[in-house]
Design a protein around this ligand. Structure first.
Ligand code: SAM
Length: 125
């Protein structure tokens, strides 16, 4: 299965050059807490997923979120100042958003300060 490089255009909410309903899996490691509008971005990803495609998410879990805000602030504002990098200051329930968009959680586990969740678009009958 090829790993292809595409660019997500946040303004247009499109993946440039990618056809809809063609993607097997999106893998978002440490990305979700950087998305200003999670619902809008997830809606976009879901359009590009195949019928039985999946989204795999690894992100900071609620218990460690405050610590991560402190680390992101130090990193993105002082160590390598990148003011364009946005990050949420509080934990947001992205499970609820994915569920409201019809995604089904097929796996969940905790890995130290992160939580891993795997979401399926739909099940073929
Ligand atoms: C902390 S880095 C994680 C990079 C890589 N996934 C990893 O785990 O090593 C956060 C990444 O989120 C992505 N990102 C941040 N804001 C985004 C946005 N608004 N839309 C899409 N991707 C975004 C960027 O690719 C950025 O490199």
């Amino acid at each position: 299965m090829p790993n292809l490089d595409y660019v997500y255009d946040q303004e247009q909410n499109k993946i440039l050059g990618c056809r809809k309903n063609t993607v097997d899996e999106f893998y978002l490691r440490n990305v979700v807490h950087h998305l200003p509008d999670m619902k809008r971005t997830f809606e976009c990803l879901i359009e590009y997923l195949k019928e039985d495609g999946e989204i795999k998410i690894i992100d900071v879990r609620e218990e460690y979120f405050r610590t991560n805000v402190i680390l992101d602030t130090i990193w993105y504002r002082y160590v390598i100042p990148r003011y364009e990098v946005w990050f949420s200051r509080h934990y947001r329930n992205y499970f609820e958003i994915l569920e409201s968009l019809g995604m089904k959680k097929v796996d969940y586990y905790i890995q130290e300060e992160k939580e891993v969740s795997i979401w399926k678009k739909s099940f073929k009958s």
